[in-house]
Structures are given as structure tokens and as C-alpha cells.
Ligand binder design. Structure first.
Ligand SMILES: Cc1cc2nc3c(=O)[nH]c(=O)nc-3n(C[C@H](O)[C@H](O)[C@H](O)COP(=O)(O)OP(=O)(O)OC[C@H]3O[C@@H](n4cnc5c(N)ncnc54)[C@H](O)[C@@H]3O)c2cc1C
Length: 239
């Protein structure tokens, strides 16, 4: 598949292309599929870091569409990893529903870099949702003894699996129902986050693009958190 102008731009930015092969496809729940892949040599070239993600290429109506997905349990020794697809009615979700062992998918690695906060944070303050759950898990696993508070937006709190607390004495998940296109999450975080913020906190935000942008501006401009203590990336576009 040709990757169009987006592919050309990513190449200019140093993007590396790989082809993954589906090993298995498990329906975890009505809304979630877990696929395991052979990495096409990627992990040996790129290594692994917390919250690592790649751009997968899907074709629809003869046009390429790229979507970000996070590596789950990457294993450089066996050259395998999994991905957890929250299912929607777009090219990625449709592909994940039908993928079978032996199917291949193109991927580009560009933009995933994540530098662990230095100095290590006294507390992680995380805002996310099902799309960023694999990245949140990875972030928490990379700092197993750091206290954390996670505001986790869910379309239906009863439906979602919790996210790990990983043994730290002070880790709390606050389930926030998705309401008003993300505005309820914004209100909740605006009112609750400041009391948990300390000078050595690290704030990590990954929700829909508008919510992420709004909360990142709040944290940086109104709360004065320095750039290097904040990571914010929109994971999906609400339509
Ligand atoms: C760095 C990064 C890592 C990511 N990692 C993961 C991951 O590991 N697992 C994962 O499931 N997603 C992940 N995402 C999000 C995923 O790329 C998007 O949800 C993507 O838009 C889904 O593509 P699609 O083709 O299925 O649907 P699209 O064609 O993009 O959208 C179809 C419809 O579904 C809606 N929609 C799309 N995504 C969501 C969503 N997350 N929640 C609610 N409605 C949605 C859209 O608004 C639209 O109406 C990641 C995104 C980024 C940027």
C-alpha cells in the first residue's frame, strides 16, 4: 500500500517502515480485541520504551489512513508484541474485527519517543480513556512504586476493565463517565487535580484531541506546570 503525502512527510522526519504479521486475534469483550503480532524486525531496530506506539496503515476506498496504536507486552527476544484495539466503526476497528493469523499490516515508527521524567516524579497525575489504557498501563509499569492518581474517562463505567495499580501503596483510579463530549472530564480534572499537584509531580494526558488540548492548556498556563513535567497527546478525534 502506498502511504501518500503523510507517508512522504513521515519518511522526511526519519520514520521507519515495518510490516507486522498477525499471530492471533482474541475478542476480549464486545468492545475490545487483543491482537498479537510478529514485529517484522522492528523491536531489534527501535528497542522498547514506555508508552511506545506505532502508526498503522489501513486502506479504505483506495486511500491510506494511519492510526496510532500502543505496543502491549513487547518482547524483543521473540520479536512479538500485542495491541489492544478498542473497537469503533473506522478503518482500524473494522480491520481489527476481521484480521486473521497470517494477515499483514504496514507500520511506520515516528514520534513515539518518550523520555522518562527526570528527576523521577513524586506522583503521577494521569488523565486517559480506553484508547490510552495500554499506554497508561505501560507508564505505570515503568514506575512501579510511584504513587498515581488516574482520571479514567469511560463511555460506561460498568463496562470497562480497571487499570492496574501495580502494587504502589497510593494508586487510585477515578472513573469519570464520558458526558458532554468530554466536558465533564474537563470539569472534574479542573476541580480535582490541583489539590494533588506537587512540585515533583508529572502530568500525563491522552484523551480525545479537544479534551487533551483543553486540559494541557489548563495544566501549563493556569497551574504553571513546566513543559518537561507534562506530556499531552490527543489520541482520537471526536466527530
Ligand atoms: C499515540 C496513540 C496511541 C494509541 N493507542 C491506541 C491503542 O493502543 N488502542 C486503541 O484502541 N486506540 C489507540 N489509539 C487511538 C486510535 O488510534 C483512535 O481511536 C483511532 O481513531 C481509531 O481508528 P478507527 O479507524 O477505528 O476509527 P476512526 O475512523 O478514527 O473513527 C470512527 C468513529 O469512531 C470515533 N472514535 C474513534 N476513536 C475513538 C475512541 N477512542 N473513543 C471513542 N470514539 C472514537 C470517531 O470520532 C468516529 O466517529 C491511539 C492513538 C494515538 C495517537
Amino acid at each position: 500500500m502506498r502511504h501518500g503525502w503523510q507517508g512522504v512527510t513521515l519518511k522526511l522526519l526519519g520514520g521507519k517502515d515495518f510490516t507486522f504479521t498477525v499471530r492471533s486475534n482474541e475478542q476480549v469483550s464486545e468492545h475490545l480485541r487483543r491482537l498479537r503480532f510478529g514485529d517484522g524486525g522492528m523491536l531489534g531496530v527501535t528497542g522498547v520504551h514506555p508508552t511506545m506506539w506505532v502508526r498503522l496503515w489501513f486502506e479504505r476506498a483506495g486511500r491510506p489512513h494511519q492510526r496510532g496504536y500502543t505496543l502491549v507486552d513487547p518482547d524483543p527476544e521473540t520479536g512479538t508484541f500485542a495491541m489492544e484495539f478498542t473497537l469503533h466503526t473506522g478503518p482500524a476497528g473494522d480491520w481489527a474485527r476481521g484480521a486473521r493469523p497470517g494477515d499483514t499490516i504496514h507500520a511506520t515508527v515516528q514520534g513515539t519517543a518518550f523520555a522518562p521524567p527526570d528527576p523521577p516524579p513524586s506522583r503521577l497525575l494521569v488523565v486517559g480513556d480506553p484508547a490510552s489504557r495500554p499506554a497508561i498501563n505501560s507508564l505505570l509499569e515503568s514506575m512501579p512504586s510511584t504513587p498515581a492518581r488516574i482520571w479514567f474517562e469511560t463511555p460506561d463505567p460498568a463496562r470497562e476493565r480497571g487499570i492496574p495499580r501495580h502494587g504502589a501503596p497510593d494508586r487510585e483510579v477515578v472513573h469519570v463517565p464520558r458526558r458532554d463530549g468530554g466536558a465533564h472530564l474537563v470539569r472534574t480534572v479542573r476541580s480535582e487535580l490541583p489539590e494533588h499537584l506537587g512540585p515533583a509531580s508529572y502530568v500525563w494526558i491522552a484523551c480525545d484531541t479537544v479534551t487533551t488540548r483543553t486540559l494541557a492548556a489548563f495544566v501549563r498556563k493556569e497551574l504553571g506546570v513546566p513543559r518537561e513535567r507534562l506530556h499531552a497527546l490527543g489520541y482520537w478525534r471526536a466527530t
